[in-house]
Design a protein around this ligand. Structure first.
Ligand code: PMP
Length: 393
Protein backbone atom coordinates (compact mmCIF):
# COMPACT_ATOMS: atom_id res chain seq x y z
CA UNK A 1 0.00 0.00 0.00
CA UNK A 2 1.57 3.28 -1.13
CA UNK A 3 1.59 6.44 0.93
CA UNK A 4 -1.16 8.05 -1.10
CA UNK A 5 -3.28 4.97 -1.80
CA UNK A 6 -5.49 5.80 1.15
CA UNK A 7 -6.82 8.72 -0.91
CA UNK A 8 -8.05 6.56 -3.79
CA UNK A 9 -11.62 6.48 -2.50
CA UNK A 10 -11.59 10.22 -2.00
CA UNK A 11 -10.27 10.88 -5.50
CA UNK A 12 -13.00 8.69 -7.01
CA UNK A 13 -15.73 10.36 -4.92
CA UNK A 14 -14.47 13.82 -5.84
CA UNK A 15 -14.47 13.12 -9.56
CA UNK A 16 -17.97 11.61 -9.34
CA UNK A 17 -19.23 14.71 -7.51
CA UNK A 18 -17.31 17.01 -9.84
CA UNK A 19 -19.32 15.61 -12.76
CA UNK A 20 -22.47 16.66 -10.88
CA UNK A 21 -20.98 20.15 -10.18
CA UNK A 22 -20.83 19.41 -6.45
CA UNK A 23 -17.78 20.60 -4.51
CA UNK A 24 -19.09 21.36 -1.03
CA UNK A 25 -15.71 21.41 0.69
CA UNK A 26 -13.89 23.57 -1.82
CA UNK A 27 -16.26 26.54 -2.06
CA UNK A 28 -14.54 29.83 -2.78
CA UNK A 29 -16.33 32.95 -1.67
CA UNK A 30 -14.93 35.18 -4.37
CA UNK A 31 -15.95 38.36 -2.66
CA UNK A 32 -17.30 39.10 0.80
CA UNK A 33 -19.86 41.88 0.63
CA UNK A 34 -21.15 41.87 4.20
CA UNK A 35 -21.58 39.39 7.10
CA UNK A 36 -24.51 37.87 5.19
CA UNK A 37 -23.70 38.35 1.50
CA UNK A 38 -20.95 37.30 -0.86
CA UNK A 39 -20.20 36.40 -4.44
CA UNK A 40 -19.89 32.68 -5.19
CA UNK A 41 -19.53 31.35 -8.74
CA UNK A 42 -20.03 34.94 -9.87
CA UNK A 43 -23.48 35.04 -8.29
CA UNK A 44 -24.76 37.25 -5.48
CA UNK A 45 -25.33 34.79 -2.63
CA UNK A 46 -26.92 34.92 0.81
CA UNK A 47 -24.45 33.50 3.33
CA UNK A 48 -26.41 31.30 5.74
CA UNK A 49 -23.56 29.02 6.79
CA UNK A 50 -21.09 31.30 8.54
CA UNK A 51 -21.49 30.95 12.36
CA UNK A 52 -21.34 34.76 12.34
CA UNK A 53 -24.14 34.77 14.90
CA UNK A 54 -24.00 38.42 15.92
CA UNK A 55 -22.77 39.64 12.52
CA UNK A 56 -19.79 41.44 14.08
CA UNK A 57 -17.21 40.82 11.33
CA UNK A 58 -17.81 44.31 9.92
CA UNK A 59 -18.67 46.07 13.17
CA UNK A 60 -17.05 49.53 12.79
CA UNK A 61 -15.68 49.61 16.36
CA UNK A 62 -14.15 46.14 16.04
CA UNK A 63 -12.63 47.07 12.68
CA UNK A 64 -11.20 50.30 14.11
CA UNK A 65 -9.70 48.48 17.11
CA UNK A 66 -8.08 45.93 14.80
CA UNK A 67 -6.68 48.66 12.54
CA UNK A 68 -5.19 50.51 15.51
CA UNK A 69 -3.53 47.34 16.84
CA UNK A 70 -2.21 46.45 13.41
CA UNK A 71 -0.56 49.85 13.07
CA UNK A 72 0.75 49.95 16.63
CA UNK A 73 1.86 46.34 17.18
CA UNK A 74 2.34 44.82 13.74
CA UNK A 75 0.93 41.92 11.81
CA UNK A 76 1.81 39.03 14.12
CA UNK A 77 3.26 37.99 17.46
CA UNK A 78 5.66 35.59 15.68
CA UNK A 79 5.80 33.21 18.60
CA UNK A 80 4.24 31.51 21.59
CA UNK A 81 3.56 33.33 24.81
CA UNK A 82 5.65 30.91 26.85
CA UNK A 83 8.73 31.29 24.69
CA UNK A 84 8.37 34.81 23.29
CA UNK A 85 6.27 36.64 25.88
CA UNK A 86 2.70 37.88 25.98
CA UNK A 87 1.57 41.16 24.47
CA UNK A 88 -0.37 43.18 27.00
CA UNK A 89 -3.55 42.74 24.92
CA UNK A 90 -3.52 38.99 25.48
CA UNK A 91 -3.42 39.44 29.24
CA UNK A 92 -6.06 42.22 29.17
CA UNK A 93 -8.38 40.01 27.13
CA UNK A 94 -7.94 37.21 29.68
CA UNK A 95 -8.86 39.60 32.49
CA UNK A 96 -11.87 40.85 30.54
CA UNK A 97 -13.08 37.31 29.81
CA UNK A 98 -12.73 36.38 33.49
CA UNK A 99 -14.64 39.53 34.51
CA UNK A 100 -17.35 38.82 31.92
CA UNK A 101 -18.03 35.44 33.54
CA UNK A 102 -17.35 36.69 37.09
CA UNK A 103 -14.58 34.14 37.66
CA UNK A 104 -10.96 34.22 38.69
CA UNK A 105 -9.01 33.63 35.48
CA UNK A 106 -8.93 32.86 31.78
CA UNK A 107 -6.49 31.43 29.26
CA UNK A 108 -6.54 32.59 25.64
CA UNK A 109 -5.62 30.01 22.99
CA UNK A 110 -4.88 30.51 19.31
CA UNK A 111 -8.09 28.80 18.11
CA UNK A 112 -11.19 27.25 19.64
CA UNK A 113 -9.94 23.89 18.47
CA UNK A 114 -6.74 24.44 20.42
CA UNK A 115 -8.67 25.62 23.47
CA UNK A 116 -10.23 22.16 23.75
CA UNK A 117 -7.03 20.40 22.81
CA UNK A 118 -5.03 22.55 25.23
CA UNK A 119 -7.43 22.18 28.15
CA UNK A 120 -7.85 18.44 27.80
CA UNK A 121 -4.23 17.61 27.05
CA UNK A 122 -3.06 20.06 29.73
CA UNK A 123 -5.49 19.05 32.45
CA UNK A 124 -5.96 15.31 32.03
CA UNK A 125 -3.54 12.46 31.53
CA UNK A 126 -3.36 8.66 31.41
CA UNK A 127 -4.43 8.31 35.05
CA UNK A 128 -7.59 10.39 34.61
CA UNK A 129 -11.10 9.56 33.43
CA UNK A 130 -13.14 11.81 31.16
CA UNK A 131 -16.83 11.33 30.48
CA UNK A 132 -17.94 12.87 27.25
CA UNK A 133 -21.24 13.32 25.50
CA UNK A 134 -21.15 11.16 22.37
CA UNK A 135 -21.98 14.13 20.10
CA UNK A 136 -19.07 16.30 21.27
CA UNK A 137 -17.03 18.18 18.69
CA UNK A 138 -13.95 16.68 17.04
CA UNK A 139 -11.69 19.05 19.00
CA UNK A 140 -12.93 17.49 22.25
CA UNK A 141 -12.37 13.97 20.94
CA UNK A 142 -8.92 14.95 19.70
CA UNK A 143 -8.06 16.58 23.03
CA UNK A 144 -9.08 13.39 24.85
CA UNK A 145 -6.91 11.32 22.55
CA UNK A 146 -3.96 13.67 23.04
CA UNK A 147 -4.34 13.52 26.83
CA UNK A 148 -4.21 9.74 26.95
CA UNK A 149 -7.00 9.77 29.56
CA UNK A 150 -9.49 6.94 29.86
CA UNK A 151 -12.45 8.08 27.79
CA UNK A 152 -16.01 7.00 28.56
CA UNK A 153 -18.78 8.18 26.26
CA UNK A 154 -22.32 8.67 27.50
CA UNK A 155 -25.41 8.83 25.33
CA UNK A 156 -26.04 12.24 23.79
CA UNK A 157 -27.95 14.56 26.13
CA UNK A 158 -28.77 11.66 28.44
CA UNK A 159 -28.09 12.60 32.07
CA UNK A 160 -29.35 9.20 33.27
CA UNK A 161 -26.72 7.45 31.19
CA UNK A 162 -24.11 9.83 32.58
CA UNK A 163 -25.26 9.03 36.13
CA UNK A 164 -25.10 5.30 35.42
CA UNK A 165 -21.51 5.58 34.24
CA UNK A 166 -20.52 7.84 37.15
CA UNK A 167 -21.98 5.32 39.58
CA UNK A 168 -19.92 2.53 38.02
CA UNK A 169 -16.76 4.57 38.57
CA UNK A 170 -17.26 4.50 42.34
CA UNK A 171 -14.70 6.59 44.23
CA UNK A 172 -12.99 7.62 40.96
CA UNK A 173 -16.06 9.69 39.99
CA UNK A 174 -14.98 12.55 42.23
CA UNK A 175 -12.03 13.38 39.99
CA UNK A 176 -13.77 12.77 36.68
CA UNK A 177 -14.03 15.49 34.04
CA UNK A 178 -17.47 15.68 32.38
CA UNK A 179 -17.49 17.21 28.89
CA UNK A 180 -20.55 18.70 27.22
CA UNK A 181 -21.42 21.52 24.81
CA UNK A 182 -23.93 24.35 25.21
CA UNK A 183 -25.50 24.21 21.75
CA UNK A 184 -24.33 21.19 19.76
CA UNK A 185 -22.82 22.14 16.44
CA UNK A 186 -24.46 19.54 14.23
CA UNK A 187 -28.14 19.51 15.17
CA UNK A 188 -28.35 22.78 17.10
CA UNK A 189 -29.79 21.17 20.23
CA UNK A 190 -29.00 22.33 23.78
CA UNK A 191 -27.49 20.21 26.55
CA UNK A 192 -29.82 19.40 29.50
CA UNK A 193 -27.39 21.32 31.66
CA UNK A 194 -29.42 21.42 34.88
CA UNK A 195 -29.75 17.63 34.87
CA UNK A 196 -26.06 17.21 34.12
CA UNK A 197 -25.22 19.54 37.00
CA UNK A 198 -27.48 17.45 39.26
CA UNK A 199 -25.42 14.37 38.36
CA UNK A 200 -22.21 16.25 39.12
CA UNK A 201 -23.64 17.36 42.48
CA UNK A 202 -24.56 13.77 43.32
CA UNK A 203 -21.32 12.05 42.29
CA UNK A 204 -18.71 14.82 42.31
CA UNK A 205 -16.34 15.46 39.44
CA UNK A 206 -15.68 18.54 37.34
CA UNK A 207 -17.72 19.96 34.47
CA UNK A 208 -16.35 21.54 31.29
CA UNK A 209 -18.88 23.19 28.96
CA UNK A 210 -17.89 24.15 25.41
CA UNK A 211 -20.03 27.20 24.58
CA UNK A 212 -18.62 27.66 21.06
CA UNK A 213 -22.11 28.02 19.52
CA UNK A 214 -23.90 29.53 22.51
CA UNK A 215 -21.57 32.35 23.58
CA UNK A 216 -23.24 35.65 22.73
CA UNK A 217 -26.36 33.78 21.72
CA UNK A 218 -27.94 32.52 24.94
CA UNK A 219 -28.33 34.18 28.34
CA UNK A 220 -29.21 37.73 29.33
CA UNK A 221 -25.59 38.91 28.95
CA UNK A 222 -24.68 36.38 26.28
CA UNK A 223 -22.75 34.08 28.59
CA UNK A 224 -24.24 31.04 26.94
CA UNK A 225 -26.25 28.07 28.13
CA UNK A 226 -24.63 28.16 31.59
CA UNK A 227 -26.26 31.56 32.05
CA UNK A 228 -29.58 30.64 30.45
CA UNK A 229 -29.85 27.49 32.58
CA UNK A 230 -28.72 29.33 35.74
CA UNK A 231 -25.76 27.02 36.40
CA UNK A 232 -22.78 29.27 35.67
CA UNK A 233 -21.31 28.64 39.13
CA UNK A 234 -21.50 24.86 38.60
CA UNK A 235 -19.40 24.88 35.42
CA UNK A 236 -15.79 24.42 36.51
CA UNK A 237 -14.43 25.25 33.07
CA UNK A 238 -16.12 27.15 30.25
CA UNK A 239 -14.50 26.92 26.83
CA UNK A 240 -15.38 29.22 23.96
CA UNK A 241 -14.19 30.46 20.62
CA UNK A 242 -13.61 33.90 19.12
CA UNK A 243 -14.44 32.58 15.67
CA UNK A 244 -18.23 32.63 15.83
CA UNK A 245 -20.21 35.29 17.73
CA UNK A 246 -17.05 37.36 18.32
CA UNK A 247 -16.18 37.44 14.62
CA UNK A 248 -12.45 36.73 15.01
CA UNK A 249 -10.23 33.69 15.51
CA UNK A 250 -8.96 32.22 18.76
CA UNK A 251 -10.33 30.45 21.79
CA UNK A 252 -10.42 30.57 25.57
CA UNK A 253 -11.14 28.78 28.79
CA UNK A 254 -12.35 30.52 31.95
CA UNK A 255 -12.51 29.06 35.42
CA UNK A 256 -12.85 30.09 39.03
CA UNK A 257 -10.38 27.40 40.04
CA UNK A 258 -6.93 28.78 40.94
CA UNK A 259 -5.35 25.77 39.22
CA UNK A 260 -6.38 27.02 35.78
CA UNK A 261 -3.17 29.03 35.50
CA UNK A 262 -1.13 25.83 35.98
CA UNK A 263 -2.66 24.31 32.86
CA UNK A 264 -0.59 26.72 30.76
CA UNK A 265 2.56 24.92 31.87
CA UNK A 266 1.41 21.47 30.82
CA UNK A 267 -0.58 22.36 27.72
CA UNK A 268 1.37 21.64 24.54
CA UNK A 269 -1.28 23.27 22.29
CA UNK A 270 -0.76 26.46 24.34
CA UNK A 271 3.01 26.28 24.63
CA UNK A 272 4.06 25.22 21.15
CA UNK A 273 2.13 27.57 18.90
CA UNK A 274 2.10 31.27 18.11
CA UNK A 275 -0.35 33.44 20.04
CA UNK A 276 -3.16 35.30 18.21
CA UNK A 277 -2.19 38.42 16.28
CA UNK A 278 -2.59 41.85 17.89
CA UNK A 279 -5.39 42.77 15.46
CA UNK A 280 -7.29 39.60 16.36
CA UNK A 281 -6.93 40.28 20.07
CA UNK A 282 -7.99 43.91 19.67
CA UNK A 283 -11.10 43.16 17.60
CA UNK A 284 -12.05 40.36 20.00
CA UNK A 285 -11.75 42.65 23.04
CA UNK A 286 -14.04 45.15 21.35
CA UNK A 287 -16.42 42.42 20.18
CA UNK A 288 -16.68 41.12 23.75
CA UNK A 289 -17.89 44.56 24.88
CA UNK A 290 -20.46 44.65 22.09
CA UNK A 291 -21.53 41.10 22.90
CA UNK A 292 -22.01 41.77 26.63
CA UNK A 293 -24.30 44.71 25.84
CA UNK A 294 -25.83 42.99 22.83
CA UNK A 295 -29.40 42.47 24.05
CA UNK A 296 -30.81 43.95 20.85
CA UNK A 297 -28.52 41.83 18.68
CA UNK A 298 -29.65 38.73 20.55
CA UNK A 299 -33.30 39.72 20.13
CA UNK A 300 -32.77 40.19 16.40
CA UNK A 301 -30.93 36.88 16.15
CA UNK A 302 -33.75 35.12 17.98
CA UNK A 303 -36.39 36.67 15.70
CA UNK A 304 -34.38 35.54 12.67
CA UNK A 305 -33.81 31.96 13.77
CA UNK A 306 -37.43 31.58 14.86
CA UNK A 307 -38.52 32.93 11.46
CA UNK A 308 -36.34 30.43 9.56
CA UNK A 309 -37.26 27.53 11.85
CA UNK A 310 -40.98 28.11 11.50
CA UNK A 311 -40.66 28.72 7.75
CA UNK A 312 -38.85 25.44 7.17
CA UNK A 313 -41.17 23.57 9.53
CA UNK A 314 -44.19 24.89 7.61
CA UNK A 315 -42.62 23.58 4.40
CA UNK A 316 -42.56 20.10 5.95
CA UNK A 317 -38.81 19.72 6.46
CA UNK A 318 -37.50 17.62 9.34
CA UNK A 319 -35.37 19.80 11.60
CA UNK A 320 -32.76 18.57 14.04
CA UNK A 321 -33.83 20.53 17.11
CA UNK A 322 -36.06 23.30 18.50
CA UNK A 323 -35.14 26.82 17.31
CA UNK A 324 -31.53 27.96 17.78
CA UNK A 325 -29.08 29.78 15.47
CA UNK A 326 -27.96 26.37 14.19
CA UNK A 327 -30.83 24.97 12.13
CA UNK A 328 -30.14 21.53 10.69
CA UNK A 329 -32.39 20.03 8.04
CA UNK A 330 -32.20 16.26 8.31
CA UNK A 331 -32.04 13.97 5.26
CA UNK A 332 -31.49 10.25 5.08
CA UNK A 333 -30.08 10.05 1.54
CA UNK A 334 -26.51 11.27 1.14
CA UNK A 335 -26.58 11.82 -2.64
CA UNK A 336 -29.93 13.65 -2.48
CA UNK A 337 -28.45 15.91 0.23
CA UNK A 338 -25.41 16.69 -1.91
CA UNK A 339 -27.66 17.65 -4.84
CA UNK A 340 -29.91 19.67 -2.56
CA UNK A 341 -26.91 21.63 -1.29
CA UNK A 342 -25.81 22.36 -4.90
CA UNK A 343 -29.34 23.40 -5.90
CA UNK A 344 -29.54 25.83 -2.97
CA UNK A 345 -26.25 27.37 -4.10
CA UNK A 346 -27.62 27.67 -7.64
CA UNK A 347 -30.49 29.64 -6.09
CA UNK A 348 -28.07 32.01 -4.33
CA UNK A 349 -28.13 30.44 -0.85
CA UNK A 350 -24.95 29.18 0.80
CA UNK A 351 -25.36 26.75 3.70
CA UNK A 352 -23.19 23.99 5.20
CA UNK A 353 -23.25 20.39 4.15
CA UNK A 354 -22.62 17.86 6.92
CA UNK A 355 -22.21 14.21 6.10
CA UNK A 356 -21.44 11.01 8.02
CA UNK A 357 -19.14 10.19 9.78
CA UNK A 358 -19.06 13.82 11.02
CA UNK A 359 -22.78 13.69 11.85
CA UNK A 360 -24.61 11.87 14.65
CA UNK A 361 -26.44 8.62 13.80
CA UNK A 362 -25.28 8.60 10.18
CA UNK A 363 -27.71 11.32 9.04
CA UNK A 364 -26.95 13.83 6.28
CA UNK A 365 -27.56 17.45 7.16
CA UNK A 366 -28.04 20.77 5.45
CA UNK A 367 -26.99 23.12 8.24
CA UNK A 368 -28.07 26.74 8.21
CA UNK A 369 -26.53 29.18 10.62
CA UNK A 370 -28.53 32.31 11.29
CA UNK A 371 -27.09 35.75 12.04
CA UNK A 372 -28.46 38.84 13.75
CA UNK A 373 -27.24 40.60 10.60
CA UNK A 374 -29.65 38.74 8.31
CA UNK A 375 -32.59 40.87 7.26
CA UNK A 376 -36.07 39.34 7.47
CA UNK A 377 -36.05 39.57 3.67
CA UNK A 378 -32.91 37.41 3.48
CA UNK A 379 -34.46 34.83 5.82
CA UNK A 380 -37.54 34.77 3.59
CA UNK A 381 -35.33 34.37 0.51
CA UNK A 382 -33.64 31.35 2.15
CA UNK A 383 -37.11 29.90 2.90
CA UNK A 384 -38.17 30.59 -0.69
CA UNK A 385 -35.19 28.60 -2.04
CA UNK A 386 -36.11 25.69 0.25
CA UNK A 387 -39.74 26.00 -0.89
CA UNK A 388 -38.66 25.91 -4.53
CA UNK A 389 -36.68 22.72 -3.93
CA UNK A 390 -39.53 21.16 -1.98
CA UNK A 391 -41.57 21.13 -5.16
CA UNK A 392 -38.65 19.84 -7.24
CA UNK A 393 -37.64 16.93 -4.97
N1 PMP B 1 -15.95 23.57 19.69
C1 PMP B 1 -17.06 23.42 18.95
C2 PMP B 1 -18.29 22.86 19.60
C3 PMP B 1 -17.08 23.81 17.61
O1 PMP B 1 -18.18 23.65 16.88
C4 PMP B 1 -15.90 24.35 17.04
C5 PMP B 1 -15.82 24.84 15.61
N2 PMP B 1 -16.79 24.50 14.78
C6 PMP B 1 -14.77 24.47 17.84
C7 PMP B 1 -14.83 24.08 19.17
C8 PMP B 1 -13.47 24.99 17.27
O2 PMP B 1 -13.49 26.35 17.17
P1 PMP B 1 -12.51 27.15 16.19
O3 PMP B 1 -13.14 27.12 14.84
O4 PMP B 1 -12.45 28.50 16.77
O5 PMP B 1 -11.20 26.45 16.18
Amino acid sequence: MGLFDKFNGLVAARSELGALRIDPFGVEIERIISPTEGIIHGRHTILAGTNNYLGLTFNPECLAAAHRALDAEGTGTTGSRMANGSYSGHRRLEEELAAFYGVRDAIVFSTGYQANLGMLAGLTGPNDVVLLDADCHASIYDGCRMSGAEVIRFRHNNADDLAKRMRRLGARATDTLILVEGIYSMLGDRAPLKEIVDVKREFGGYLLVDEAHSLGVLGERGRGLVEEAGVLADADFIVGTFSKSLGGAGGFCVSDLPELDLVRYSSRPYIFTASPSPATIASTRQALRVLAEGHELRARLRANFERLHSGLTALGYTLGAPPSPVIAVVFDDKVATLKFWRDLLDRGVYVNLMLPPATPNGVSLIRCSVSAAHTPGQIDAVCAAFADLRTVT
